[in-house]
Unconditional design. Structure first.
Length: 314
């Protein structure tokens, strides 16, 4: 069963998501791209027109006017805008996949908890942040081997890959990502840091994850768990790579007494597929891939419900 969808927000993320859906969306049919500017003033809307996708230029009014055309909406605007739009989607009975840090719905990371979130029947799900999508799987992988007392992530992205929405939401980014490390990753306490690097040529997205665990932890088992989950992420994000497998920090490198704990350091690099944006924009690529992966799970659940309904009717 295919799910008809609309994208709200024709910026970098929305446009990249459009190309991903058109290129490899197995059960997602993109019906409309919606913005607030005339087509001739919006590169994203013009790209949609070029691809044969219908467009709307009246923002949320365009969604309300055509709500019967789709079942699911991808929100690719900003946290503040999604807070305004979410009640409208709810009233229209539209499933919302939120790519902003608004976090109105449950934090969702495809390889960790998307199936569970969709199965619970939520109608608004949050993709956390780009840094969250890159690092939460690692914290989860460590936590399923040894309880993570504390997790900290730093995410370094090319300044050129950070659009207005990202820049306006830096505080939301850190708050939402830190919460995601705890709620989805399993850490007892979490912290998040993001930097925008203006280097030329632009850097790839790079992430460092620190996890504090009991000193009795089997590091080899942690590394296997991390390798396993990285392979799962790579099915949606081919450019996701572990550049440093979990390593034990030496006690001398730590500014405080760890007691009976150790700190493991893991590093990740994310290279984008380059459909709409340069490969260095892996931070955008991992968000759009996560959104598409979640929507595919929504479509799969709808298919299962349709089949089950058919069986019960007989």
């Amino acid at each position: 069963m295919s799910v008809d969808a609309a994208i709200v927000g024709p910026g970098n993320i929305g446009t990249d998501l459009m190309y991903k859906i058109l290129d490899r969306g197995e059960n997602i049919d993109l019906q409309r791209m919606v913005g607030i500017f005339p087509v001739e003033e919006s590169e994203g809307l013009q790209a949609a027109v070029d691809e044969g996708v219908d467009v709307g230029t009246e923002g949320i009014d365009s969604i309300e006017a055509h709500a019967d055309e789709f079942d699911l909406v991808f929100e690719a605007t900003s946290a503040g805008i999604h807070e305004q739009h979410a009640p409208v989607y709810d009233d229209l009975d539209l499933f919302a996949v939120d790519l902003t840090p608004a976090a109105i719905g449950p934090y969702t990371v495809p390889v960790v908890n998307a199936d569970e979130v969709v199965e619970e029947g939520h109608e608004n799900v949050n993709m956390v942040t780009c840094g969250g999508q890159a690092t939460i799987p690692i914290v989860h992988a460590v936590d399923r081997v040894s309880s993570v007392e504390y997790a900290e992530m730093t995410s370094h992205i090319a300044s050129k890959s950070a659009g207005p929405g990202t820049r306006q939401n830096i505080d939301k980014f850190t708050q939402t990502t830190a919460a995601g490390l705890e709620v989805v990753g399993g850490a007892e306490d979490g912290k998040a840091i993001i930097t925008l690097n203006p280097a030329e040529p632009p850097i790839m997205m790079r992430n460092t994850v620190y996890t504090m665990v009991d000193e009795s932890t089997d590091v080899a088992e942690v590394r296997q768990s991390v390798d396993d989950i990285a392979a799962e992420v790579q099915t949606d994000v081919p450019g996701y790579e572990i550049t440093l497998e979990p390593e034990v920090n030496e006690q001398d490198d730590v500014a405080f007494d760890l007691g009976d704990s150790i700190i493991l350091t893991t590093m990740i690099e994310v290279e984008g597929e380059g459909q709409h944006l340069p490969p260095y924009a892996g931070n955008l690529d991992i968000m759009t891939s996560a959104a598409l992966g979640t929507a595919e799970r929504v479509a799969a659940r709808a298919t299962e419900a349709d089949v089950a309904g058919g069986v019960s009717d007989d």
